[in-house]
Write a protein that binds this ligand. Structure first.
Ligand code: ARG
Length: 417
């Protein structure tokens, strides 16, 4: 290696990434560490914490704004109705974007390596490294590789006089971005423990506010307007997080199957995601045919799996995207959503692509397209024909078998005597 060796660290200013700074110098012999914080819509306080900690550490610190790019990806996820075991994938979707942004800084700054502070138990290590291992840079995971525990990190930080705050709210581990706020760890790890209201920051206790209705307009599957006003993705998501959050919309308390096979208890808040996903699916219900909807569920499921794995760059996803985009050419229209009782319930939908004929569905018309009510008689006669036939055949065959058995038994009894 010529000159000084340099490593770019994914830096949040929390305990894990803070202890990584001296460890990268001491244990990995890097001459220089730079810290990179990527803005995917965390609260302002997190940047202050990162900034202050970096300063106290004497760490060269970069902040990259990836909010707009992240918001676009969240809306791509809406077109694929993407959730993993009911979780709208906020943390998962953000990781590849954060990893790419850090890689960009590392390459610009002539780094030899990239590092993260993830443990060896979670999903994020896999999502970061899937991006980084596609580059020529070395990948370092000090917490995992050195087998660090929180207690060890705390002691080490104390010994070294590192600037770490004494744990956050209730010692929960929190990950926040535009799309979701995740709360895990400490007493929440017990699947039976009922979380107190104060784990929630984005959602008020449901039922405390008067019912409210909004209108969301979609174009080609993407939400473009709120109550008739055009709005860009970041602003839309922020606005809906506030509004739907004030109605207590978008809480998830679940058991999550992580990639390594661990089952983990997770709590999430995601008011905007819930609202947009519900509205989008309601519009698809109006404009897609039954078979498109059913096949799309499989496509959506695969898309969400790859998103959870941090592998949206997989060739499979390009193919899935092709299907999704084709279906979304009809997902244009407006959905009315009612915020009530902690839910964001679609209560009205309209589209010029609606696969819906009022006269065909109505009870009040005699014939449509030359098809009259009586024409259904033939269909009704045939309906269930195969099942009736199959049941009849089986019943006959069984009766025959029983008869033969009875005869056979009779003979046997006679011979025995
Ligand atoms: N388990 C979730 C995921 O893998 C989110 C974890 C968020 N991290 C946290 N410290 N709360 O996507």
């Amino acid at each position: 290696m010529s000159g000084t060796s340099k490593v770019a660290l994914a830096f949040s200013g929390g305990l894990d990434t803070t202890v990584c700074v001296p460890l990268l110098e001491e244990e990995y012999d890097y001459d220089e560490v730079i810290g990179v914080t990527v803005d995917v819509g965390q609260p302002a306080g997190e940047f202050d914490e990162a900034e202050e900690t970096a300063e106290a550490l004497g760490l060269d610190h970069y902040v990259v704004d990836a909010k707009a790019e992240f918001a676009d990806l969240c809306l791509d996820a809406v077109t694929a109705n993407a959730t993993y075991q009911t979780y709208p994938l906020g943390t998962a979707l953000a990781r590849p974007i954060i990893a790419e942004a850090i890689l960009g800084v590392a390459e610009d700054e002539g780094c030899d390596a990239v590092a993260h502070g993830c443990t060896g138990k979670g999903n994020d290590q896999l999502r970061f490294e899937a991006v980084w291992r596609d580059s020529d840079l070395e990948v370092i995971a000090p917490v995992r590789e050195l087998g660090l525990t929180r207690e060890w990190e705390m002691e080490y930080a104390d010994e070294k006089g590192l600037p770490v705050e004494g744990g956050n709210e209730g010692d929960w581990s929190i990950d926040t971005n535009l799309w979701s706020r995740s709360v895990e760890g400490a007493n929440l790890e017990d699947p039976g423990y009922v979380p107190p209201e104060d784990i929630y920051e984005w959602t008020d206790t449901p039922g405390g506010k008067d019912v409210e209705t909004i209108e969301l307009t979609f174009e080609d599957g993407y939400p473009v307007a709120l109550d008739g006003q055009e709005i860009d993705p970041v602003e839309l998501i922020e606005t809906l997080n506030d509004l739907a959050g004030s109605h207590g919309v978008g809480r998830t308390d679940m058991m999550e199957d992580r990639m390594l096979g661990l089952k983990v208890r997770e709590n999430y808040e995601h008011p905007a995601a819930t609202t947009l996903l519900n509205a989008h699916e309601a519009l698809e219900g109006l404009v897609l045919t039954k078979e498109e909807r059913e096949f799309k569920q499989q496509v959506d499921h695969q898309w969400a799996e790859k998103a959870y794995q941090g592998l949206l760059s997989a060739p499979l996803v390009d193919a899935l995207d092709g299907f999704v985009a084709q279906t979304q050419t009809k997902v244009t229209g407006t959905v009315t959503v009612k915020f009530e009782g902690g839910q964001a319930r679609p209560v009205g939908r309209e589209s010029e692509y609606a696969v819906y004929s009022e006269s065909a569905a109505s009870f009040n018309t005699e014939s449509v397209d030359g098809i009259a009510q009586e024409d259904a008689t033939g269909v009704a006669k045939y309906h269930g024909f195969q099942s009736r036939l199959a049941n009849e055949v089986t019943a006959d065959a069984e009766a025959k078998k029983a008869e033969l058995l009875a005869d056979g038994n009779g003979e046997a009894t006679e011979e025995d005597q």
